[in-house]
Design a protein around this ligand. Sequence first.
Ligand code: 6PG
Length: 248
Amino acid sequence: MSEPKITILDDAQAVYVHAAEEIAHFAGEDICTHAQFTIALSGGSTPAAIYELLGTRFKLSVDWKEVQFFWGDERCVPPDNSESNYGMARRTLLTHLQLKPEQVHRMRGELPPEEAARSYEEELKAAFSIGDDEVPRLDLVMLGLGDNRHTLSLFPGHKRAIEETARLVVCDQVEADPPKRITFTPPVANNAARAMFVATGKGKAEAVRDILAGPRDPLKFPAQVIQPTDGELIWLLDKAAASLLPNR
Ligand code: 6PG
């Protein structure tokens, strides 16, 4: 397990531009070396600006026809619901790209949660041509950080999801709105070639400090569970989100 590579930039906009640059760089590298780039998008509000940059300023920087889009988690709502992580990515990025439908592997939030989770596990196995006891290796898993220290939809105290080792995707009922979620389990995120957190703003500072410099307690601080076994752990922060890190 590698040490996190932490990049601290002046402000949120600088973080978003750097994140888009990194994603374009990773995509170019991987398309060159293995003819495709598989990315799991994160949800919430932080990545929207990154997706917008990818769909505009960086649109010509990526060979999008070789990119396969996945999601690390989803709310159990229909895709046209304003809370849908897929819907946010569609509005900010996918709509700007001329993708084939088979390039977009959305979690079907409109299904009953357990059915949606099982269905996505089958989607991952088919997309990565893996068997029942294998874990897909994504080129990049994007991650956000909740101010309660959650990531994906792995929430504090949710032992079953945080400590899951057999399943690839589970559903859970969490302390956020909407409460019903589908999420990658830690094995999927930790098998990625790159796991990249993006966090900005003072509101994230305490969570960033706890994840990166606090006592190890993944049940209390779920984002600590993200430790790629053979991949890079990347943190992109602005000065405000990094402001409580010791000896910065
Ligand atoms: C979700 C996300 C979640 C998110 C964090 C941070 O579905 O909400 O996947 O893990 O990344 O809650 O959200 P913000 O970027 O809105 O602060």
